[in-house]
Design a protein around this ligand. Structure first.
Ligand SMILES: [Mn+2]
Length: 411
């Protein structure tokens, strides 16, 4: 990706900042001296810098409409070079990000002070954690900033960044497409290898093999390989059960390529052939998914799409003889129809805002029948275009005939 992309992201962000404000955007923390193979940068930090280094901090200040951007990175430790290699230099960081003022982390508090005393608002990245959890490093740091600068008004930087990040640049879409194509290879490998009597983790291993082979060493999220009854647990990640002969398998997986995510779900029979009942449920979900995708266009919101999905799923549940009144749909469909996709698998939900061209979202209806040990979910990644939508994952088979045909040729 070109540094001009990151530069224009910083410009767009600082344009949204209030006057007399500052922003602190941190990179992912890493205790290890070296960069772990599964290092995944924080979305906001990557979006504004393009840097895949840990512990860095990006500091913005905006006064009298003039903005300044400073980056703080780790110092190289010559004695460690033989063990972990050289850390990124100021010059390299500047070349990738386009940021001119680059300092070391030990200089951060001095600059923080200079900027904080001139600012009224501070944009900061943090999760509001619930009371029973340990306080996060972010919140701990935030409390120190609050102590030192009690008049600073704290606001979430993600409030400004979500909107920007949801509208994808061409180069971002290219990365998402690449992540999808790698994910496709992983899914195709599984379709050609799966046999009942295998364990779910064996399928997960085929996915890992194929995605690492193709250069995607990180996942967008922990893979879900759920057979039979496990498929009715929405976020089943244990992936350790033996696959039964008549099981349907829900595969919800996504590779991450150059920090960008794919998020795909396919459902298929372990035996290679759908039973009559599995076919009935599968086809209902498939038809609903296609109908919802047809509704996707600029101007509609995810909330409205979900409302349509609930209506269609409820009708399907009547046809499948699973419910007797409308409200009962909640027993069989309990999640949302989709979410934005990008640097994070769940880039944001932004349920109520209207979709615009450049958004990338998932459409993932499902029906989960615990009492019949059948779970079906089908998920594709969709780009909102000027007037309609484009299915970016259309090359990943989802028709019953296609899936059965591929599975006949299993090794
Ligand atoms: Mn999803």
């Amino acid at each position: 990706m070109n540094k001009l992309f990151f530069k224009s992201n910083r410009e767009n962000f600082s344009n949204l900042m209030k006057n007399n404000s500052m922003a602190i955007i941190s990179a992912k923390k890493s205790q290890q001296g070296t960069l772990p193979a599964d290092f995944v940068q924080k979305g906001n930090f990557f979006y504004l810098t393009g840097l895949k280094i840990p512990n860095s901090i990006l500091l913005f200040s905006k006064n009298d409409k003039k903005t300044d951007e400073l980056l703080f990175i780790e110092r190289n430790i010559p004695e460690y070079e033989v063990w972990i290699g050289k850390k990124m230099s100021q010059k390299q960081a500047s070349e990738i990000s386009g940021i001119k003022k680059i300092y070391y982390l030990d200089e951060f508090s001095r600059y923080l002070h200079l900027i904080a005393i001139q600012s009224e608002t501070c944009y900061y990245d943090y999760e509001t954690s619930s009371i029973q959890f340990d306080i996060s490093t972010e919140l701990l740091k935030l409390s120190q900033i609050r102590q030192h600068y009690p008049t600073l008004k704290i606001e979430k930087s993600s409030t400004l960044l979500t909107k920007l990040r949801n509208k994808k640049h061409k180069s971002e879409i290219e990365n998402i497409k690449k992540a999808i194509s790698i994910t496709r290879s992983g899914i195709m490998t599984i379709l050609k290898k799966v046999k009942f009597g295998m364990y779910e983790n064996e399928l997960e291993a085929y996915f890992a093999f194929e995605t690492i082979r193709l250069g995607a060493k990180q996942y967008a999220f922990s893979p879900i390989v759920a057979s039979g009854k496990n498929a009715t647990i929405l976020h089943y990640e244990k992936n350790c059960s033996k696959i039964g002969k008549n099981d349907l398998i829900v595969l919800d997986v996504g590779a991450k390529y150059n920090e960008y995510c794919a998020d795909i779900t396919r459902t298929f029979p372990a035996s290679g052939k759908f039973t009559k009942r599995q076919k009935e449920i599968y086809n209902e979900v498939l038809q609903i998914q296609k109908k919802i995708i047809n509704f996707v266009k600029p101007g509609i919101s995810i909330f409205e799409l979900n409302k349509k999905a609930i209506k269609l799923i409820t009708e399907a549940l009547f046809r499948l003889n699973l419910i007797k009144n409308d409200e009962e749909y909640k027993k069989y469909y309990m999640h949302n129809i989709g979410h934005h996709l990008g640097l994070e698998a769940h880039d944001s939900l932004e349920k109520n805002s209207k979709l615009v061209s450049g958004n990338v979202i998932t459409i993932e209806p499902g029906i989960y029948v615990n009492e019949e040990k059948i779970g079906v979910r089908i998920e594709d990644d969709i780009l909102i275009t000027k007037n309609s939508a484009e299915v970016l994952s259309s090359k990943i088979p989802k028709e019953i005939e296609e899936i059965e045909k591929i599975m006949v040729k299993r090794e």
